[in-house]
Design a protein. Structure first.
Lengths: 562, 87
């Protein structure tokens, strides 16, 4: 059977499954809509968190990024997993004890201020919208390559599916579809990795395989370093970014991960504090399966790519090459007219451009695996994109219906009214996300980095100080968040969008890239918050008591709505 | 009430001590082994891997997972010891 038929079958089966789960787990109350009723088991929550977290970027782009950046790609691996240690140790248990529905809920109540709440709502919306646009684009990409439908039709099909289960089921529907989506995506990621690992190194475990040797006894990584040297690229295992920048980017991604609202809310869905800790453990374990495999895939696909195309006759290249050429994601320009592919670091001589986003999707084809595996990767990528999109949409809808309408605009709204508002705002959010998926702004890639920087610079310090310092007051927290967000925005706009006079790499402060600047902005947030809080009155006694209370796990009760 | 207050303080102090130890390990395997000392560690080999590179792309992640499970264990024990565990 052809790849296309296999893909239709697998996508059909998985989509039917998601819709079936959505109908089975409709939400009947706001509590079910926002936090799945608060009774999710730690393992189910771990599975859902893992699917929620692993987006189209993790599934489709990350291995490709590492593949092209070698050691420099480590920032994503350490950054996007190390954040879970912070989340488990510093945030999740206490936020669960606090027991509200959203992150702005915590900020607003802990800092006894609607100004703080508004700032938090603004950040949550900004972070989630930038993120969700990228997911819808991923959906479109998979549809266009594997099902050969128009990229826009693909985005619309994806929108309808997400709309169906996010609007109907709320957090409850999302949680159980995410459990299914984790299983689909991890299976789809691992099967080709295992096949290729056996093919290239004889070892079925990719994590060990990429440290193994080929049939001639040469270590794979040494071989790849050699290939890179020959073609003029930086050595794969050394990379080219400065140590300082690697340090700051890793820190920003870690802290940003721990501050992302769609991840944090998942910990409101479990019964008790001990379960919040446990589900963070499960989540990281399940995420680590993909994250330790990705660098192996990166090495396999990089080696395979170079060996298949470098210095080969264009006319004799395998079929996958022309398949991907059609999508415009691979392009070949025979500059010296010799009919062969010169793939080298020097841009004036290089004849091949490969989009990093296709490495995971094309990898099984390059390795000549059977058609059903190639189709499976497509279904897995869709699962990754849809699960993350749904989680983000829920944050957006809860921010509007709960934080804005219920907490600020109209506190007297009925339970039923709030539920309708939540569903309506989810519909609007899906449409906006779909619009950006169809008309992607050029700055999607740049704004995803901005999302992490913003989360790191705003939420993380405010939450940490709210838990670990009884004396932190609203003046300090608000000033800190504002300084954090504004400095982050300024740096990003200046160096990514050419505002405020723009600037190039040479002008970066201390050589820190905009991606790494989140760390600087976070430190600024901490310092400003602490200094201002020393100069202004202590928080009221009740608030200090709340802080004492969230530090002790017993008596968490269920997430409540008052 | 006073006694309970004391208990809470003690529990919190112990919690902070655990956090300090676990987060130092977290910092060591990622920022120190994977970034700051990567070139030095790369002179040591672990099969086909250079050690620093291995920490950056594999080892640190394994340690992160272990750290969270150790934390879960420690805290469950601590909760029980102080009677702060929930049914």
């Amino acid at each position: 059977m052809s790849i296309q038929i296999w893909t239709w079958i697998l996508v059909g089966i998985t989509f039917t499954l998601y819709i079936g789960i959505a109908i089975w787990s409709r939400a009947g109350s706001t509590k079910e809509f926002y936090v799945a009723g608060g009774g999710v088991s730690p393992l189910a929550n771990g599975l859902a968190t893992a699917a929620d977290w692993m987006s189209a970027a993790s599934f489709i782009s990350m291995a490709g990024l590492i593949s092209f950046n070698g050691y420099d790609g480590s920032v994503y691996l350490m950054g996007w997993t190390g954040g879970y240690v912070l989340l488990a140790l510093l945030l999740a248990p206490y936020l669960r004890k606090f027991g509200k529905f959203t992150v702005p809920d915590f900020i607003g109540d802990r800092y006894y201020s609607n100004v703080a709440r508004s700032v938090a709502v603004f950040c949550a919306l900004l972070v989630s919208f930038t993120y969700v646009a990228g997911q819808m684009r991923g959906v479109g990409l998979v549809f266009s390559r594997f099902l050969e439908v128009d990229i826009n039709t693909g985005v619309i099909i994806g929108m309808i599916i997400v709309l169906f289960y996010a609007v109907l089921g709320g957090m409850k529907g999302i949680t159980y579809t995410q459990v299914a989506q984790y299983c689909v995506l991890i299976f789809a990621f691992m099967v080709p990795a295992i096949f290729i690992s056996i093919q290239m190194t004889g070892n079925p475990i990719p994590q060990l395989g990429f440290g193994g040797a080929d049939e001639n006894g040469v270590y794979l990584l040494d071989k790849l370093d050699g290939l890179h040297r020959d073609l003029g690229f930086a050595e794969y295992t050394s990379g080219s970014k400065s140590t300082l920048d690697i340090f700051f980017i890793t820190a920003a991604l870690m802290v940003g991960t721990a501050g992302l609202p769609h991840v944090i809310v998942r910990f409101f869905t479990v019964k008790k504090v001990a379960d919040a800790r446990k589900s963070a453990g499960w989540a990281l374990l399940l995420i680590a399966i993909l994250y330790t495999t990705a660098p192996a895939i990166a090495v396999f696909s990089r080696t395979n790519l170079i060996e298949t195309v470098s210095n080969k006759e264009y006319a004799t290249l395998p079929e996958w090459f022309s398949n991907w050429e059609k999508t415009g994601l691979i392009s070949f320009d025979d500059k010296n007219g010799d009919g062969k592919v010169q793939y080298v670091s020097d841009p004036s001589k290089n004849e091949l451009i490969v989009d990093k986003d296709i490495m995971v999707l094309a990898n099984p084809e390059i390795a000549q695996l059977p058609n059903w595996i190639i189709a499976l990767v497509g279904a897995g990528a869709l699962a990754a994109a849809l699960s993350t999109a749904a989680g983000l949409l829920l944050v957006i809808s809860a921010s509007v219906s709960h934080d804005l309408i219920k907490k600020m605009v109209n506190p007297n709204i009925t339970e039923k009214g709030e539920l309708i508002a939540a569903r309506l705002s989810a519909v609007v959010a899906v449409c906006v996300a779909g619009y950006f998926g169809i008309n992607p702004p050029d700055f999607v890639a740049a704004t995803v980095a901005l999302a992490f920087g913003l989360a790191a610079a705003s939420f993380f310090p405010a939450i940490i100080l709210g838990i670990f310092s009884k004396k932190m007051n609203k003046e300090g927290a608000i000033a800190g968040m504002l300084v954090g967000i504004l400095s982050m925005l300024f740096y990003m706009l200046k160096f990514k969008f050419d505002w405020f006079g723009g600037g190039t790499k040479q002008d970066w402060w201390f050589g820190i890239s905009p991606e790494g600047f989140g760390t600087v902005a976070m430190i600024a947030n901490f310092i400003v918050a602490i200094v201002i809080s020393k100069l202004t009155p202590n928080p009221p006694k009740e608030v200090q008591e709340i802080v004492e209370n969230i530090r002790i796990p017993s008596g968490a009760g269920e997430a409540h709505n008052h | 009430m006073d006694k309970n207050q004391n208990l809470k303080k003690k529990y919190w102090k112990k919690n902070l001590k655990y956090l300090a130890i676990l987060l130092s390990i977290w910092f060591l395997v990622s920022f120190v082994f994977g970034i700051l000392l990567v070139d030095e560690l790369n002179t040591i080999r672990l099969g086909g891997f250079k050690l620093g590179f291995w920490f950056a792309q594999q080892g640190s992640i394994y340690v992160f997972v272990i750290l969270i499970f150790v934390y879960i264990k420690l805290m469950n024990k601590l909760d029980k010891e102080f009677g702060f565990n929930e049914q």
